[in-house]
Ligand binder design. Structure first.
Ligand code: MG
Length: 337
């Protein structure tokens, strides 16, 4: 199995502002695996605040020697060995995971979801993200998002109520709220959650900094809305520790090394009675199509990553009546454009 890769800069349609950062592009690496003349595509998307970049990912990928594959059951063991090469590098690892799964689906001439017995028409609605911005721009972006059944709103700035009021002046759509650790006072966070509960909000992602564990436990006891861990949970081994602090977890392929571990995380979260959100970074249709293969297993989807970039090199999973659905083509269902 041959592995190759090249850097690719994702150009965002709009400047993307969160509680802690702002940017107009995202560095990524596009990965390909090839065996028997069949190519599988993968991707590592690396928003700067996560600590990976083109250089670290390239160094990591250069260390990998992949054996030939004969069956889908070979893949978990190969990924375990890839994972053991170094700590971290989760996006680079995800790019290998995604490419191998695309490849095996193409060899079997079936969509990956079929190999796993899943049905993508059951994928929950995806949210569409509205970044932190001026009320005028937020109103404009909200008006453009009418085809989405849920909006995801980034809060954690000083103008949180103003942002929600701007959206509510033009839309009744249900909201996911993502505070990106932006609320640092538990009483204020609780008052904000109580106010949001009357605004047709479905859940709150990462209200407080991940270091404030006692405050999060306090908040979980009192919150009338489900609290979902994002920055507080990265991989399978993190889930048990957050079960007492949150009602659910946000799984992202780039955080957790890909589909293989994401599926294990879904099983673990269910065993612990946790809700599950499947999220993404700004990503091409490659990684989004990978997530779309398993989205029928989760409660909430936030898979708008490919819709936020203007130079998507793939066509794949698409928006269908509010949900991101994988195509019925083999593997991840991708076509290069
Ligand atoms: Mg988040």
């Amino acid at each position: 199995m041959h592995l190759r890769f090249h850097p690719y800069t994702l150009e965002l349609r709009h400047r993307f502002t969160l509680a802690t950062s702002s940017r107009t592009s995202t560095p990524s690496i596009l990965t390909e695996v090839e065996q028997d003349g069949i190519v599988g595509y993968g991707e590592a998307s690396m928003p700067p605040y996560l600590g990976e970049n083109v250089e670290t990912a390239s160094q990591f990928l250069n260390q990998i020697k992949l054996p030939d594959i004969t069956s889908i059951t070979d893949i978990p063991d190969i990924l375990r060995k890839v994972d053991l090469i170094t700590l971290g590098n989760t996006a680079a690892k995800a790019s290998v995971d995604i490419a191998l799964h695309d490849w095996i689906g193409k060899v079997e001439m079936k969509p990956l979801y079929t190999l796993w017995g899943l049905n993508p028409t059951l994928n929950p609605f995806t949210s569409f993200t509205i970044g932190i911005d001026t009320p005028d721009i937020i109103i404009e972006k909200t008006k453009q998002a009418v085809e989405f059944k849920i909006l995801k709103v980034k809060l954690g700035s000083l103008d949180d109520k103003e942002i929600i009021q701007a959206i509510r002046s033009v839309s009744k759509q249900p909201l996911f709220i993502d505070a990106n650790q932006g609320w640092t006072n538990k009483e204020q966070a609780l008052r904000m959650i109580e106010w949001l509960a009357d605004q047709n909000v479905l859940l709150i992602e990462q209200p407080m900094p991940k270091s404030q564990k006692e405050d999060m436990a306090w908040l979980k006891e009192r919150s009338s809305l489900p609290l979902i861990a994002d920055e507080s949970v990265q991989r399978l081994s993190d889930i048990k520790a957050v079960a007492a602090l949150f009602h659910g977890i946000n799984i992202k392929l780039m955080k957790c090394t890909g589909l293989n571990e994401a599926r294990a995380m879904i099983t673990e979260a269910r065993n612990l009675g946790l809700k599950i959100m499947l999220g993404c970074m700004t990503e091409t249709s490659c990684a989004i199509s990978a997530a779309a293969q398993i989205a029928s297993l989760v409660d909430w989807c936030d898979l708008d990553g490919a819709l936020l970039i203007k130079n998507d090199p793939f066509k794949g999973a698409y928006l269908n009546n509010g949900s991101i659905i994988a195509t019925d083509l083999p593997g991840l269902g991708l076509v290069k454009v």
